[in-house]
Design a protein around this ligand. Structure first.
Ligand code: AGP
Length: 607
């Protein structure tokens, strides 16, 4: 949420910042700004709207070798020029960009105003610029340190001060900051996406650390001014992985990459001989796994829905009770933590504030948490200390697609691994290994039906409401299908277990409300067909997402989206793909801003 970029070096910082901000626009896109240390002092330019609005409003001659920039997702104060970052102090010599929330901002604002400071925005961030000014310290890092000592909340910040040309201060508490190490130039960002075109060498700040940076290097200390030893990491993905390429949208690119993403999630992890999976990162022995009595999965939004599907796989294949819960609720309900429960945190970004807080709540009470995470080196991945990287590659579109299916693949591997330590037979294990190996090709087959799905999407786009229904392991598929549609097309969509329709929502079925029914050929198939009939009897349009082979379906459904059949445990993976394309093409038909839907942002790093 929100993006930060900073530069200290010998090049003109402005184009570097603008390109970096464009890369981070998926993190927030309601306003943006830059502060550049020019020969004539610190110059700040801000604009409501997207990066292109900022870029076109910048003076032609704005140049400097030290600068910070920000793209915003509003928390405090509406998105306008005034509330856009960077924020400055009274004198206009200090500029600061911030991700996160200062929780005691109102109290600090009152104290600053009483001391004569004039604050110009409605943001929580501005108090920090004034606190740095009020600190009255000669050295910028000391002033920042003092200011930060007064704030409660989360932050990732970058600060410049015209009295310290060439110096950039960055600090982190709960909101990511990464330093990019170049040749006689240094970069700062909230996300490596902004850095990869300049350097692959990065240093991640940890919570409670401050970095003092200039073109020649950096020094990291703790908030209480002790030196912190840092090591450099190499970014896994190159620049290309962050490019849209020939696709119209990142979302389409990421949908179309799912066969490769699935291959990567499986690579080196399947053992055909013993019918099991090897998951080196779990850091749990077979004996540890045998002691597990329950599995509890935590995540938010689509990650939570992936968790519900994962719980079905685990319970089905291991016969261990498993369920999923929104991390955002779990963290606040004072949960009972059991020592023989395996907690699993799911997050694409590895930075979602609610999921991170849930992980810390489990660990604080002595529980054991694994991460199922996409972004390598992210906070949740590091704090879990063990888990499964899904290796989906950078996901830029706000609507999660390949991370969802790759998470399901990771859960299938975990279920297989856990199952084989317990009661799953070698024959059952081998069947699953075989089915997993076929998945990338099967996903490719579904992707090849995109044009057919596009035709159906054109019809869906005419409606204002839609239902998505599915049973058992396909209920989370319905949840995810509805989530995708509402997120990017703004069509109101609700998901229900098919069995629940008659207990209330059936009242809303009419020719004006289509239902997407997720209909695998499993043991509940005939029962789901009854739900389909109930909808048909009320003249509700039906889109069936199903396997080929039942001749009754073409006469009963208005449209059919077909996927190849797999092992029942893996069907949810394949059945999700047409729903992603359905949402994408519906949004396209409606002319929506698909990669940057209204009010949303990628990676929710605030509560
Ligand atoms: C999915 O399309 C969403 N934009 C959102 O629900 C997302 O899955 C959720 O915020 C969790 O993000 P995470 O996986 O990065 O933790």
């Amino acid at each position: 949420m929100c993006g930060i970029v900073g530069y200290a070096g010998n090049q003109d910082a402005v184009p570097i910042l603008i390109a970096g901000l464009a890369r981070l626009e998926y993190r927030g896109y309601d306003s943006a700004g830059v502060a550049v240390l020019t020969r004539g002092g610190l110059k700040v330019h801000k604009a409501a709207g997207k990066i292109r609005q900022l870029e076109s409003s910048l003076p032609k001659r704005l140049r400097g070798n030290l600068a910070i920039g920000h793209t915003r997702w509003a928390t405090h104060g509406e998105p306008n020029d005034r509330n856009a970052h960077p924020h400055t102090d009274c004198s206009g010599r200090i500029a600061l960009v911030h991700n996160g929330i200062i929780e005691n901002a109102a109290e600090l604002r009152a104290q600053l105003e009483a001391a004569g400071h004039v604050l110009r925005s409605d943001t929580d961030t501005e108090v920090l610029a004034h606190l740095i000014e009020a600190a009255g310290e000669e050295e910028l890092d000391q002033a920042v340190r003092r200011a930060l000592a007064a704030v409660q909340g989360t932050y990732g910040i970058a600060v410049v001060d015209e009295r310290h040309p060439g110096r950039l201060i960055a600090a982190r508490n709960g909101s990511p900051i990464v330093i990019g190490v170049g040749e006689r130039e240094m970069f700062v960002a909230s996300d490596v996406a902004a850095l990869v075109r300049h350097t692959q060498q990065v240093v991640y700040l940890d919570d409670g650390e401050i970095a003092s940076i200039d073109a020649g290097g950096f020094r990291v200390t703790t908030l209480d001014d002790r030196p912190a030893a840092k090591s450099t990491a190499t970014v896994t993905w190159g620049q290309d992985a962050y490019e849209r390429g020939t696709h119209a949208h990142f979302m389409l690119k990421e949908i179309m990459e799912q066969d490769e993403a699935c291959e990567r999630a499986l690579r080196g992890r399947l053992d055909a001989q013993f019918g099991t999976a090897h998951l080196g990162g779990l850091n749990l022995t077979a004996r540890d796994l045998l002691e597990i009595r329950r599995v509890k999965i935590l995540g938010c939004g689509s990650a939570y829905y992936a968790g519900i599907a994962g719980a079905h796989m685990i319970e089905g294949l291991t016969r261990l009770p498993a369920d999923a819960e929104p991390a955002s609720e779990f963290r606040y309900r004072n949960p009972v933590i059991e020592k023989d429960t395996l907690y699993v945190a799911v997050s694409q970004s590895g930075e979602t504030a609610d999921t991170l807080a849930a992980v810390r709540e489990v660990q604080r009470k002595g529980g054991r948490v694994l991460g199922v995470i996409n972004v390598v080196g992210s906070t949740i991945a590091r704090e879990c200390g063990g888990g499964i990287y899904i290796h989906a590659g950078p996901e830029v579109s706000v609507a999660s697609t390949k991370a969802f299916t790759s998470t399901l693949v990771a859960f299938a591997l975990l279920a297989l691994h856990l199952g084989r330590v317990r009661d799953l037979s070698p024959a059952q294990g081998k069947r699953l290994v075989d089915a997993l190996q076929k998945l990338p090709v099967q996903i490719r087959e579904v992707l090849h039906t995109a044009e057919q799905i596009r035709v159906v999407a054109k019809r869906i786009a005419r409606f204002t409401n839609a239902f998505f229904i599915g049973r058992a392991a396909c209920y989370p598929v319905a949840l995810e299908g509805a989530q995708k549609l509402k997120e990017i097309s703004y069509i109101h969509a609700e998901a229900y277990p098919a069995s629940e329709l008659k207990h209330g929502p059936l009242a809303l079925i009419s020719p004006e409300t289509p239902t997407v029914i997720v209909l695998p050929h499993d043991e509940l198939y005939e029962k789901s067909l009854s739900s389909l009939e109930e909808i048909r009897a009320r003249r509700g349009p039906i889109i069936a997402v199903t396997h080929p082979g039942d001749e009754r379906i073409p006469t009963r459904a208005d449209a059919i989206l077909q996927v190849p059949q797999s092992e029942p445990a893996l069907d949810p993976i394949l059945l999700t793909v047409p729903l992603q394309l359905l949402a994408y093409y519906s949004a396209l038909e409606l002319g929506r801003d698909i990669d940057q839907p209204r009010n949303l942002a990628k990676s929710v790093t605030v509560e």
